[in-house]
Design a protein around this ligand. Sequence first.
Ligand code: AHR
Length: 622
Amino acid sequence: ISATVTPDPEKRKPISDLLIGVFFEDINYAADGGLYAELLQNRDFEYTPADRKNRDSSWNSKHSWTTSGANLHFTIDSTTPLHINNAHYAVLNVQQPGSALINSGYDGIPLKKGDAYDCSLFVKNSDGKSRNLLVKLVNADGSILAQATIKTGSQQWKKYTTSLIAAADAKDARFELQPLSTGSVLLDMISLFPEKTFKNRKNGLRADLAETVAAIHPRFIRFPGGCLAHGDGVDNIYRWKNTIGPIEARKPQPNIWRYHQTVGLGYFEYFQYCEDIGATPLPVLAAGVPCQNSGLGANGFGQQGGIPMNEMDQYVQEILDLVEWANGPVTSKWGKLRAEAGHPAPFNLKYIGVGNEDLITDLFSERFTLIYNALKQQHPEITVIGTVGPFHDGSDYEQGWALASQLKVPMVDEHYYESPGWFINNPDFYDSYDRNKPKVYLGEYASHGNTLFNALAEALYLTNIERNGDVVHMASYAPLLAREKHTQWNPDLIYFNNTEVKPTVNYEVQKLFGNNAGTEYLPSVLTLSKEDEAVRKRLGISIVRDTTDGSIIVKLVNLLPVATSLKLDLTKLAPGSKAERTLLNGKPADRQNPVTVTTVAIGNVLEDTLLPYSFTVWKIHK
Ligand code: AHR
């Protein structure tokens, strides 16, 4: 196949500088047991059967905790809690020292030789005695990798901390706590964090995962979901106020994906991470209705329907308060809390998503309209992103668009998970979108698989999205993270276990787009011979200019089993003479493919042979 490309820069148009971002949802243990660096599971003794499908009774306050030895009686109580939001705590009754309370973490605790681990816990010696607690990190073979003694003595709940330095690497160590005297001791919020978190933040993020996400160079992060944002029933809606402040005061709750959600990774941490990696924060809040306007699963946490209309004023205020918390001065009620948490400067919140894949019923519309109007009136500086239901067709989609157009919502969130064939065969999906209607945030999409073929179909589609970057302002592949063996949804962008991060080939595509974004689209005409015309849909091209540094970026996708020789006349684009050529290629069923980068001198004509099943990016420097 041979193709020639003729750019038409006269017809260039500005496109969104926020196009490629990430969708973070606490699904597949993406937060607890994932990005959130806490190493102990059920640190708060708040697991409950309601966390699990069919109310699994093994999911109770003792989950992940066991004891060793026969001289320690471990019970759970809730009569004098550390905080009302964390009712349960452990009571250890020691008949004779020597036995221990043990936590096995998330599939074991990974340790690195020489690294420090911050251990903290709340203790109450209700019997009035002073008491030493021995805390240890113990390897699977029983060898002790670190230990420290914590001297406790308060009759009230008091926080104690110590640091443990691992003597060796371990894949599946355990944490042990051994009271060194008899009697009864109360414990809660027993926590273990690597000292080395992303940017070394306390209550921080797992560095390797946070860095892998950051390497996409996402322009925004959407959080905390997905369905998680609107929850399984009214009482399960994610309420941002429950997720800020000291961790012991946060309100954990069942995760709609059927596990426990500590909210240790809460709004403060999400905003901080966005700032740390230069991404725009995009919180998505429920539109006053839970998933599909009801409870979805076996549990259905709380009432169905929506937040009662007579409680909606309060809910709307909660959303307005978020803007004050994120952006308000330190003298404001909510801005003060942000400052107290360590961030006096505003977080520069500009976008809020309202709703997620909701059915566009009256129940939804009434509540969405209230929220939207209040935000528009009180915070015109915030761009509200509405929702148009779960699919790219059907009645919710139509009604969602009708409502958003009528209210003049600036942007709407579209979601679609489709076959690679759909992404290949719909290159023109946004070509005819009305440019005067709301802009699009393609908040969730993926092509049903983690092969190179899937990834190239997504790359091809993204070249078409760039062409429509005046309509599609933001796009995020979904879901982002998945813990191996704890995955509720496939495919995902990045898989991981305790010690490894495994980016998929789809990730490589996102990374190439994220790192090669432009702010101006330069249209071009791709010419094929008559006989080759039939394969046009399997060739993708997008030329953009990054006006911040003047570079020109050419993205080329070849989804054909044969090579395509390509000639691109750059004369009208006035290119520089140095370029980097990045190549991703392989066999369609491959799941891991190397990305190679070469530096090449370039003239006015770019000639390339696009390998079968390949994605090539040329970055031509000014
Ligand atoms: O991305 C996984 C799920 O897919 C999201 O939670 C939901 O919005 C969609 O149905």
